[in-house]
Design a protein around this ligand. Sequence first.
Ligand code: NAD
Length: 290
Amino acid sequence: MKVGFIGLGNMGGPMAANLAAAGHEIAGFDLAAPAPDGVSMAVSAAAAATGADVVITMLPNGAILRAVAADIIPAMKSGAVFLDCSTVDVDSARAVAGLSVKAGLQAVDAPVSGGITGAAAGTLTFMAGGADAAFAAVSDLLDVMGQKAVHCGGSGAGQSAKICNNMILGVTMAATCEAFALADKLGLDRQKMFDVVSTSSGYSWSMNAYCPAPGIGPQSPADNGYQPGFASELMLKDLRLSQQAAEAVNADTPMGARATALYADFVESEDGQGQDFSALLPRFEKRDRS
Ligand code: NAD
């Protein structure tokens, strides 16, 4: 396929390289990032989008997505698919899809989980929103960039699934970290704590697959000085998107709100910026109840 790819940063770069390696013809554009392997760079976002069967965006936030969409939608050929893989607010995803459809295009929002390693290995999980035909039109591309794609519903359903998932992740990671710090103070050995919880009703991805305690459980950023992994500021971004969405639909999300406030303190008033989101454990270790 002829693909335009806009936003070639930590995630978009390797995703575009994987598509090129699979034989797709990729015209890329980024304000700063270098050309990934196999990608020919265009002079503008609109130039990358011109003539493409599918245009993929992998951008930092909803405001930038809306600006890029305004630029490229008029340049895209009729029937082409606008495939946004960024993590953005549900309103922006729906607005961009609406504009695309109005212009005679198809639209899919398909944020990802799996991080930079998943992007490089082609093992991302996509959660997609959009019409059946639009999802079908991009499924070959999703198969190259990822190992799984779940069609969650209409426009915005992909972003909705992503922020609900990450709200659960933020809450369970915070709970797992505070439980380890409590166990320390109770004199409970961390390995024993892991052995029990990872096979009991407190188990979760945060404990079992991404244990925040160094030297315990599978390899994780805790074993690498809490270098991300998934940076705390990205978790804060996703938690804020969950609270923005919750406000918009008047949903009561007290645990999500508490996790958002906790990560906001950690990133903006403490030393969390640039550390993995599991670095809440050393934060709790240093604190007392007051
Ligand atoms: P990044 O900052 O590395 O890449 C974003 C790229 O967009 C940059 O190269 C930037 O130059 C480019 N860009 C910004 N404005 C532009 C414009 N107007 N035109 C063209 N290019 C523009 O970020 P990333 O880590 O690749 O994340 C991209 C998206 O993926 C975000 O929405 C993020 O939340 C999401 N995400 C990231 C991860 C992760 O682990 N990094 C995991 C899942 C989802």
